[in-house]
Design a protein around this ligand. Structure first.
Ligand SMILES: [Zn+2]
Ligand SMILES: [Zn+2]
Length: 428
């Protein structure tokens, strides 16, 4: 043995006190399946045996103090030499030996959460990285590993066996961030993403509602305990999710915001519900649907629920569906009925340019136009638009809509009501 590793290890220990893990980490890629602690201790033992064979008391003293090797202290004692005090590790200060304690604390913290996979991230104070660099510059080892990667792996192994869950850095259910030096632990469950379609069965229901400014969400007499100004689609989702997933909050993602007075029928508006910090994850989606449909006296219902990944939100928001509309219109001035109905049919095949709120101006094509005059004096106009249409601007102008129904028909109209059918545009 040419002793290259032993020589550099000894040179490093002459300068800095290192625990078994922190010394072994300098040679982490050597010796498959060994832990760094085993590597470090093995090197120290080999150094002790060589030192004893060559009667090098000074090296044994170094191993006893800066190597913290109990056998080196015992060797000195047997020879009648008072052993020096073991020093504290220059890099970790002894934290390497406390991972089991830290793991137990993490186990306590995550005990209320359901999860099957996790990841551990390690943050360390700046001085730790600096000291790692200093030691590395002396050991000049090309075999070393970083402290963060070792701690993350070793904590991962401990948690896996204590909790019976898998370490998965790519799709973890639970994220654990640990600073082992200050022993601060932060846990955050990965959000769940639930996709589906909802129908908004009654007018007067907004998609979202503002938080109550009096109680800031806690619920008070003013908001009737809702925590928000009024019931909304998002509120209904939140209420049911908090019950079933025991989550902290939800965020409702929709491709576009239907106004409060729109009724949305057909297959329904696509959505992704982001369930944040859930304590339960494996909720039967049939149960979720049942709870939603039966809550709040049928204001909404949902269909086609499935769990998706986060990327689904962007895909949903960047693809457009055609929509069917039933508009109730009233001419501003009284008008010959059959003439007005005839002119509404000019809309067939029309190409409309419009900025839908939150989107750039886009071209939409109108088709399947039909018109009916109702006993209440309103015109019922049905058509399909190749993309979502802002109906009020389409009828009355605004949002750079070109052309408007007024321009095409030569009649000024008032939009009385909008029903929309999305996702398969039959008027089912
Ligand atoms: Zn150490
Ligand atoms: Zn309130």
């Amino acid at each position: 043995m040419d002793g290259r590793i032993l020589a550099t290890a000894l040179a490093t220990l002459r300068s800095y006190a290192l625990c078994d893990s922190c010394l072994g980490r300098q040679y982490a890629t050597l010796g498959y399946r060994l832990t760094n602690r085993e590597r470090g201790r093995s090197i120290k033992i080999a150094l002790l045996m060589e030192a004893e064979a060559s009667e090098d008391i000074e090296v044994i003293r170094i191993l006893s103090s800066k190597g913290m090797l109990p056998e080196a202290s015992a060797t000195l004692q047997r020879r009648g030499v008072n052993p020096p005090e073991p020093q504290a590790c220059f890099v970790c200060g002894g934290v390497s030996d406390k991972l089991q304690n830290i793991a137990s604390r993490i186990v306590d913290m995550v005990s209320g959460y359901e999860f099957n996979s996790f990841v551990v991230g390690i943050v360390v104070p700046g001085w730790v990285s600096e000291r790692e660099d200093i030691v590395r510059s002396i050991s000049s080892s090309t075999y070393c590993e970083g402290l963060k990667s070792e701690f993350s792996r070793e904590l991962g192994k401990l948690l896996s066996s204590m909790l019976g869950v898998v370490f998965d850095p790519y799709r973890p259910d639970m994220n654990v961030i640990v600073d082992p030096f200050s022993v601060s632990i932060d846990i955050s469950p990965t959000p769940l993403y639930l996709a589906g379609r909802f129908r908004k069965l009654k007018p007067g229901l907004p998609i979202r509602s503002r938080i109550c400014r009096v109680c800031m969400g806690g619920g008070c007499a003013l908001c009737g305990g809702l925590g928000v100004k009024e019931t909304s689609v998002e509120y209904i989702f939140r209420k049911v999710s908090v019950e079933l997933y025991r989550c902290e909050s939800v965020k409702l993602h929709v491709p576009l915001d239907d106004g409060r007075d729109r009724v949305v029928l057909g297959l329904g508006r696509r959505f992704v519900l982001e369930v944040r910090k859930p304590r339960r994850r494996s909720i039967d989606l049939d149960l979720f649907k049942e709870r939603l449909d039966s809550s709040f006296e049928g204001l909404i219902d949902v269909n086609g629920l499935s769990y998706v990944d986060r990327g689904f939100i962007r895909r949903m928001k960047t693809s457009f569906e055609s929509e069917g509309y039933i508009l109730l219109l009233k001419p501003v001035e009284s008008m010959d009925i059959s003439e007005a109905a005839e002119r509404l049919k000019y809309l067939e095949g029309l190409r409309v340019k419009q900025r839908y709120p939150g989107f750039k101006a886009r071209l939409k094509v109108i088709s399947d136009v039909s018109v009916k005059f109702r006993e209440d004096g309103l015109f019922e106009l049905r058509f399909i638009s190749s993309e979502p249409l802002h109906t009020k601007s389409f009828i009355e102008g605004g949002r750079d809509t070109k052309p408007t129904v007024m321009e095409v028909t030569g009649i000024a109209w008032l939009l009385v009501d909008t029903l929309i059918y999305v996702g398969g545009v039959g008027y089912a």
